[in-house]
Design a protein around this ligand. Structure first.
Ligand SMILES: NC(=O)c1ccc[n+]([C@@H]2O[C@H](COP(=O)([O-])OP(=O)(O)OC[C@H]3O[C@@H](n4cnc5c(N)ncnc54)[C@H](OP(=O)(O)O)[C@@H]3O)[C@@H](O)[C@H]2O)c1
Length: 228
């Protein structure tokens, strides 16, 4: 049985990861912005016999992240999935940007994963895994414009986590960076390539098999290396 912490667990890929880890008998700490609104997660928790618990955590806010992590107790964490994300503004912001929205995207998707990692770090041990959700939009080969804040946040986070991976290697902690696929969630939309079930199943396998000597690398959900 693994102890698994998941941000952004109320919907989409995070919810499906919670669902699949619970089905395996793992202890799941589901971290969400608004526990009262997380109806599907609360239903899972109710039938989980205490294996899944729901905790408030807004990854934008230091105090919320610290309090959310503390509310999960002091058990070692085997897997931390940094999933929480937003789309932000898709249109090119050439003539002017909504800077508040831009900052929000950076706060959630660039600083958020580091905040969460720091809050759980004392409970991450040799062999633990921190899996960070980047995107194909973060890669230099992505051929489309727009999504300035989203692309910047995900690319910056990926590069930052590569440094974190180097700094944690001596402790035996694996830091992974992934593109989860183009997934049929609220973010990906119904026409996306794969279902949350397929994405989460493949990400679980990738997470379990990620070797320490590939810590800091960037992979697609299906285990193929992703170009930076
Ligand atoms: N879907 C895709 O095709 C795709 C492709 C590449 C990368 N990704 C990345 O994969 C991750 C999961 O995406 P998804 O498709 O599952 O997205 P989603 O269905 O839109 O879910 C996003 C989740 O993030 C949570 N969240 C947003 N802001 C938060 C905050 N400040 N604090 C805590 N949680 C917050 C949301 O919580 P609320 O329910 O409270 O809003 C929601 O649970 C994201 O990082 C995304 O960028 C997705």
């Amino acid at each position: 049985m693994a102890n698994v912490a998941i941000t952004g667990a109320a919907r989409g890929i995070g919810l499906e990861l919670a669902n699949q880890h619970l089905a395996l008998g793992d202890r799941v700490f589901a971290l969400v912005r608004d526990p009262a609104a997380a109806e599907r997660l609360n239903a899972l928790a109710a039938g989980s016999g205490g294996l899944l618990s729901v905790h408030a955590m807004d990854v934008r806010d230091d105090a919320s992240v610290r309090a959310g992590a503390a509310s999960t107790g002091d058990a070692p964490i085997d897997i931390l999935y940094n999933v929480a994300g937003i789309t932000g503004t898709a249109e090119p912001e050439l003539e002017g940007a909504d800077w508040a929205a831009f900052d929000d995207a950076l706060n959630i998707m660039l600083k958020g994963p580091l905040r969460v990692l720091q809050a759980f770090l004392p409970r991450l041990h040799n062999g633990a895994r921190i899996i960070n959700f980047s995107s194909q939009l973060a890669a230099s080969g992505w051929p489309y414009g727009g999504y300035y804040a989203y692309g910047a946040a995900k690319a910056g986070m990926a590069r930052m986590m590569r440094s974190v991976a180097i700094d944690l290697r001596e402790r035996g902690i694996v830091v992974g960076i992934i593109h989860p696929g183009y997934v049929q969630t609220d973010m990906g939309g119904p026409a996306a390539d794969i279902t949350p079930e397929e994405s989460a199943r493949a990400i679980r396998k990738l997470t379990a098999e990620w070797p320490l000597d590939r810590s800091g690398d960037f992979y697609k959900w299906n285990g193929e290396p992703h170009a930076w």
